[in-house]
Ligand binder design. Structure first.
Ligand code: SAM
Length: 239
């Protein structure tokens, strides 16, 4: 897998705005390090941070293969100005961040002056919940109705095929999915995220979905993709 299409568009957008290289890049919530490796291969001075020890382990293994293991940092966040990242990326991460203000403080501490951050994340607008692939479950409050929706979807064989769930009954899978949705996913609107970044870190919003090609403002080309599969791209600039 290379650089995801939407992240690639975001990087192109940033390079067009601030073309100075080499660019020190932070992949916030780097997961298994795939993007960090791709960025390094493409000439970026890239680093990845994650809070999950298992993800860090696989990211370090991936980067060890090319002798660049030191580029993966965590689980403690290195809050030091010396990092001075010029570009901060997060792909499918902000919806998993439990404490958004804390994350904004961390990013503000390691961002260079006028650094650009591009956050790619799904919002609640999607019809199919992006992790469980069930329609509408994330629109319903935790409780009996949501439980029944998840149970019904599992009974019909729906849901992601996570390997650790293979031996479980459909009720047990429903328990896991319900708990995942309640404890690991935190949907916030794009404007709420932008507002938190502005008030806590002084980040200025440069735009939403700016790194995408221009599209006519019609229902078909804007609203429908958002509902079905599109993630938001929020671009902000540090003070
Ligand atoms: C869906 S994965 C995305 C991983 C990677 N960005 C990718 O595109 O494949 C979400 C990642 O966010 C990380 N994460 C969640 N909360 C975080 C936080 N507060 N700080 C840093 N990483 C976090 C998780 O550990 C996980 O690796």
């Amino acid at each position: 897998m290379g650089i995801p299409f939407r992240v690639e568009r975001a990087i192109q957008f940033v390079l067009a705005t601030e073309p100075s290289r080499p660019l020190k890049v932070l992949d916030f919530g780097c997961g298994d390090g795939t993007l960090v490796l791709e960025l390094v291969r493409n000439g970026f001075d890239a680093f990845g941070f994650d809070i999950d020890p298992d993800r860090l382990k696989s990211a370090r293994t991936r980067l060890t293969a090319c002798g660049e293991m030191y580029r993966i940092i965590g689980p403690e966040f290195p809050v030091e100005a010396r990092w001075s990242f010029g570009l901060i990326l997060s792909n499918q991460v902000l919806e998993h961040v439990a404490d958004l203000p804390a994350a904004v403080r961390q990013l503000s501490a390691v961002a260079a002056s006028r650094a650009i951050a591009v956050h790619v994340f799904p919002t609640k607008a999607r019809i199919f919940e992006p992790h469980l692939h069930f329609a509408g479950v994330h629109w319903v409050r935790p409780g009996r109705l949501r439980r029944w929706m998840i149970l019904a979807a599992c009974y019909l064989g729906g849901g992601p095929r996570w390997s650790e769930l293979e031996h479980l009954t459909f009720q047990q899978r429903a328990d896991r999915f319900e708990s995942y949705l309640a404890n690991r996913v935190y949907y916030r609107s794009t404007s709420f995220i932008a507002g938190t970044m502005r008030t806590i870190g002084g980040w200025n919003e440069l735009g939403q979905n700016k790194s995408l090609p221009r599209m006519p403002r019609s229902l078909c080309s804007r609203a429908l993709p958002e509902l079905f599969f599109r993630s938001q791209i929020l671009t902000v600039q540090a003070p």
